[in-house]
Design a protein around this ligand. Sequence first.
Ligand SMILES: NC(=O)c1ccc[n+]([C@@H]2O[C@H](COP(=O)([O-])OP(=O)(O)OC[C@H]3O[C@@H](n4cnc5c(N)ncnc54)[C@H](OP(=O)(O)O)[C@@H]3O)[C@@H](O)[C@H]2O)c1
Length: 326
Amino acid sequence: MSDVFPISGGDKIPAVGLGIWKIDPSDTAQVVRDAIEIGYRHIDAACDYGNEVEAGKGIQAAIEEGLVKREDLWVTSKLWNTYHRPEHVRPALEKSLADLGLDYLDLYHIHFPISLAYVAPEKRYPPGWFFEPDAENPAMKEDLVPIIDTWNAMIEQKTSGLVRNIGVCNFGVSLIRDLIASSSQKPSVLQIELHPYLTQQKLLRYCAEQDIHVTGFSPLGAQSYYSIGMAEQGEGVIDREETKSVAAEVGRTPAQVVMRWAIQRGTSIVPKTSKKDRLRENLALFDFELNEKQMENLTSMNQDRRFNDPGDFGEKAFNTFYPIYE
Ligand SMILES: NC(=O)c1ccc[n+]([C@@H]2O[C@H](COP(=O)([O-])OP(=O)(O)OC[C@H]3O[C@@H](n4cnc5c(N)ncnc54)[C@H](OP(=O)(O)O)[C@@H]3O)[C@@H](O)[C@H]2O)c1
């Protein structure tokens, strides 16, 4: 299979990118540079990850060393929840561009269908989830911005040429349908949590029918969530005997099998690692394949287990009950 997926509008998104959520800022420039040297062409960034300046340094280093040209890279960023008011979209985008040292993005997403009260960048950047983190009982502060207003502002950024493609993260069918019904452009890409414990088959089918490409985040499932208390030991899909047995059959690691399953379903992925050997491991997915039975074995593990759910973590970490999927 090819290492890129065509998306509506004509661009091609790399099948495997590097996600940089939770990469320590002090490591980010080196990891991004090394990833590009190893062959990564997609960097999945976000204002909220707090490491766009460092990611930009890594990209710059790779370009200056002649490892890659800007036009051969795919750089994604995401509009944070506090910038949903249309007048804040352009400045937020410009800040991410300046931090990344770029004059355009390949893809700009709305990060969550969650609109929070504006926090000026001079006051706090990235703004995080709390409105006033130093208050006695800090909480999230909602600002009910209609998502179509934010989406129309995203379309303007595409028209201006600052971004080549626009998309949304963590949206379900009803919200996407509403965007399509009420604007001139549909999202080119939807980024959602996807792994064998959360296969989201109906959402994928809907997106295929609408020609919306899907990128899976947290492709290794629980792996990303142990350290932040959002997964329990024993929830790891790469530790399952079934996964290990498929891995043994194809002579690959369980992580590679789970990621190959994802790209073989037609979804791109953005696995995160700070380790050089894993950067290589996570990109080495194109010289083997899973047969129908192996694909089915992985798909049948579905438990509709969502690790990244604002309806859970909002309350636990940010003192605010904020469900979006119910
Ligand atoms: N749009 C959204 O709302 C959203 C939400 C979550 C994530 N994302 C994006 O998706 C990216 C990926 O998701 P994620 O970071 O949550 O999860 P992930 O990539 O599935 O998993 C990352 C975790 O797995 C470990 N790991 C990486 N490669 C491995 C391998 N080959 N074998 C075993 N363990 C391995 C990493 O540790 P080491 O670093 O120690 O290797 C890290 O703890 C994020 O970085 C971010 O860019 C987007």
